[in-house]
Every structure is written in C-alpha cells, then in structure tokens.
Design a protein around this ligand. Structure first.
Ligand SMILES: NC(=O)c1ccc[n+]([C@@H]2O[C@H](COP(=O)([O-])OP(=O)(O)OC[C@H]3O[C@@H](n4cnc5c(N)ncnc54)[C@H](OP(=O)(O)O)[C@@H]3O)[C@@H](O)[C@H]2O)c1
Length: 223
C-alpha cells in the first residue's frame, strides 16, 4: 500500500512511519526537517521523505504533489499537530490561531488538495484528540488546542459525508496520552504502542464506519 503521513520526524508520526514500513508498505514521510531517525529509516527503499513541508504553508500541497507524481494513496494520515497551553488568564489569540492553522485548517485543506491522489477504497485518518470533545471536557483550559481539535472533528465528519459517495473512508483518531515531546513525555503509553493501536484502527476503518471518533484502544468517543 502507498501511505502518506505528516509530522513524521518524531513522536507518533515517526512510530507510524517505522511500523508501517516494517509491514512492507511504501511510505511517503512528510516533514519540515528530517530527523536522524527518519533519515536512517529512509535508507530502506520503501520510505520516501518529503521534506521542507510546513503543513500551514501555501506550497505544502504543491510540494507533496510534486513528490507523489501519479502515485495513488491507499492511506493518508494527517498527524502533524501542536499544543500550547492557554488558560483563562492567558489565552493569547496568536497561539490559538496558530493551533487552528496547524491542527484544523491544514489537515482539511491538505486532504482536499490531495483528493486527486485518493480513490475508491482509500482511507483518511485524522489524528485528533479527545480534548476536542465537548462531552469529555471535564477540566477546562487548553483553549486553542481544544477548539482546534473540535474544529478538526467537525471537518472530519463533513469529509466523511462528502467522500462517502466516492468510497473514501475517514476516521477521527485519538492516540491516547502518549509519551512524546508534545506532552513532555508525560503520557501513559509509548509512541510505539499508540502507533500500533492506531494502525489497528486504520485497518478496521471502512465505508460503513466512516466518520467515527475512536480512541486508539478501540473505544468510540463522544463528540
Ligand atoms: N502526545 C499525546 O498525548 C497526544 C494526545 C492526543 C493527540 N495527539 C496528537 O497526535 C499528533 C502527533 O503528536 P505527537 O504527540 O507525536 O507530537 P510531537 O512529538 O510534538 O510531534 C508533532 C509533529 O508535528 C509536526 N508539526 C508541527 N507543526 C508542524 C507544521 N506547521 N508543519 C509540519 N509539521 C508540523 C512536528 O514537526 P517539527 O519537528 O517540524 O515541529 C512533529 O513531527 C498530533 O496531531 C497531536 O495533537 C497527541
């Protein structure tokens, strides 16, 4: 299978890239700057790095198109994301806007721009967070992150409806609380475990369950 993933130089995106390449798939690993670990993976013939791509930049889709050529994608994983921590005392609009751009707008615009590389049976996995759930918000704070992931969830459900007729399935996937830079490695599962679970969810995704918001452990989450 041909699989494209954003945010692959570290964290969950790197683990997804490594595990999926070990399964024999052809990977298109999108990043701003490749890390040493990603570069060493790319010595395998089936890992192609597409570097210099800021997902919020106007040229992001063009750079990816140029690298893909006529390649059709079986799976598109929109994983790149950022987290800043706004409180009611300090909810800087700039930080909130930037999270909107990276976490919500970029996955939507890139999915639409890359649609020509998707076909019947292709799958789109949007890596979201349960922090975007209204029902699950028991602790407040994190204004920009919660708002941007809620917006991503809204976009994901619309994409699921709009791509249904073309046989393209869309999942909204919460990885869990994962030991990556994003949370200063304070999570309760490793990036490798999260990636393993996310891959299981993507394998189970189909046109009948499109639009579902899942925890990587298989639990269906409320919006
Ligand atoms: N860790 C958790 O507990 C947790 C929980 C729920 C959801 N998630 C979600 O899981 C996804 C992966 O997070 P992670 O934990 O692996 O975080 P991470 O270790 O901080 O990695 C984030 C990745 O996103 C990339 N990225 C950020 N801004 C970008 C931009 N403008 N253009 C291109 N790439 C950009 C980073 O690349 P650079 O190195 O270039 O910055 C990096 O590869 C995110 O969507 C996150 O919201 C994580």
């Amino acid at each position: 299978m041909n699989i494209l993933i954003t945010g692959t130089n570290r964290g969950i995106g790197f683990s997804l890239t490594r595990q999926l390449s070990e399964k024999g798939h052809t990977l298109w690993a999108v990043c701003r700057q490749p890390s040493e670990q990603l570069q060493s993976l790319a010595s395998n013939a089936n890992v192609n790095i597409i570097s210099g791509v800021d997902v919020t930049a106007d040229n992001a889709a063009t750079l990816i198109h140029e690298a893909l050529g006529t390649t059709q994608l079986d799976v598109l994983i929109q994983n790149a994301g950022i987290l800043t921590r706004e409180s009611i005392e300090n909810a800087a609009p700039e930080a909130i806007t930037q999270q909107f751009k990276v976490n919500a707008l970029a996955p939507l615009t890139l999915t639409i721009a890359l649609k020509k590389h998707l076909t019947k049976g292709s799958k789109v996995a949007l890596i979201t967070s349960r922090m975007g759930s209204m029902t699950d918000n028991g602790s407040g704070n994190y204004y920009g992150y919660r708002m941007s992931k809620a917006a991503l969830n809204a976009a994901g459900v619309s994409l699921a409806r709009d791509l249904h007729g073309e046989g393209i399935a869309v999942a909204l996937l919460h990885p869990g609380f994962v030991q990556t830079d994003m949370v200063n490695h304070a999570g309760d599962i490793s990036a490798d475990t999260a990636a393993e679970r996310l891959i299981q969810r993507i394998e189970e995704l189909n046109i009948d369950n499109t639009g579902t918001f899942w925890h990587s452990n298989g639990e269906v989450l409320p919006f």
